[in-house]
Design a protein around this ligand. Structure first.
Ligand SMILES: [Zn+2]
Length: 315
């Protein structure tokens, strides 16, 4: 199969980026397996990143548990993991570059202020939806203290050219996608009121630093992609290709997550755990005595699956 890393201009480099908020569950193993298989099917490298920027939610021992679970399944990274907690200076430099380019501004609004803005206009969003930021502090803080730094999504008013309208992007499985970020999300936070770095900034800076050519992750993260593409453009870093994987669902159809009680993976039988994750990804039943043998058969099966995606989702 042809090398597919042309988007970011280098040999394939993929990654799995778990948050150490607890051990892996069936859903997170699916993302790990999908990203590993995609890297191997392209003859590429597979890297790990621990997304531990949201430090209050991180759990002591979770990182070691995750690495142990991955190793038990035969999923071993090609380099030592990158930890977002050690990347503060890189995120600060990116924020400074965006500030120098007129792309960020301080914001004094609380969640309550934002909800009140929309409520005054008879609008409210359901709790699970993102409430768009109405741009209250675009023109200055009006004497209020700064809490967070926001990215100016549409900076035409700041004299920046070529950034109006919806973001169009291609997903290797889902096909052509688009989102008008200004309308759906508004100017989004890069550094939070508590000083922590927002996921969007950390991911873009780290994908660039790790030379990631292909982002393969769960479909629940697809909505973040247009924001990340806008940040890539503003920072002048390459855009990786994207593949969003089907999710493992809980019995009620919701995405399986730590928040809705997903249990830590039972790894006395790693082949059974790999097979369960692989079935959700579309792999056939693979008979194998151990995880290494299972994975060796899964790689060519995955190559066939992604070849079918490429035919079906061509832009
Ligand atoms: Zn504000």
């Amino acid at each position: 199969m042809a090398p597919a890393a042309a988007a970011a201009g280098g040999p394939y480099r993929g990654r799995f980026a778990p948050s150490p908020t607890g051990p892996l569950h069936a859903g997170s193993l699916g993302a790990a397996l999908g990203s590993w298989l995609d890297a191997r099917a392209h003859g590429g490298r597979w890297l790990l990143r621990l997304e531990d920027t949201d430090t209050p939610r991180c759990v002591a021992g979770a990182e070691a548990a995750i690495l142990g679970q991955l190793a038990a399944c035969g999923l071993v990274a090609d380099a030592p993991p990158l930890r977002q907690s050690a990347r503060g200076p890189a995120y600060a430099a990116a924020l400074e570059a965006l500030r120098a380019a007129g792309r960020v501004y301080p914001c004094a609004c609380t969640r309550k202020d934002i909800a009140a803005h929309w409520a005054a206009r008879g609008l409210r969003w359901p709790p699970e939806a993102e409430t768009p930021y109405p741009g209250t502090c675009r023109g200055g803080l009006q004497g209020r203290p700064a809490r967070a730094w926001r990215f100016r999504v549409d900076a035409r008013d700041a004299g920046v050219q070529g950034i109006a309208g919806p973001v169009h992007w291609h997903d290797r499985r889902l096909g052509p996608q688009q989102q008008d970020v200004a309308q759906a999300v508004g100017d989004f936070v890069l550094q939070r009121a508590d000083g922590l770095w927002a996921y969007q900034l950390a991911v873009v800076v780290d994908d660039a630093a790790q030379g990631i050519t292909d982002v393969v992750r769960g479909e629940d993260l697809a909505d973040n992609t247009p924001r990340q593409i806008l940040l890539q453009r503003a920072l002048g870093v390459p855009a990786p290709r994207y593949l969003h994987l089907p999710l493992v669902r809980a019995a009620d159809g919701r995405k399986l997550s730590k928040q809705n009680g997903a249990e830590a993976l039972e790894l006395r039988n790693p082949v059974a755990a790999l097979q369960a994750a692989g079935t959700v990804l579309g792999l056939p039943r693979i008979e194998a005595a151990g995880p290494g043998a299972w994975l060796a058969q899964a790689v060519p099966a995955w190559a066939g699956i992604i070849a079918a995606f490429a035919t079906r989702s061509r832009p």
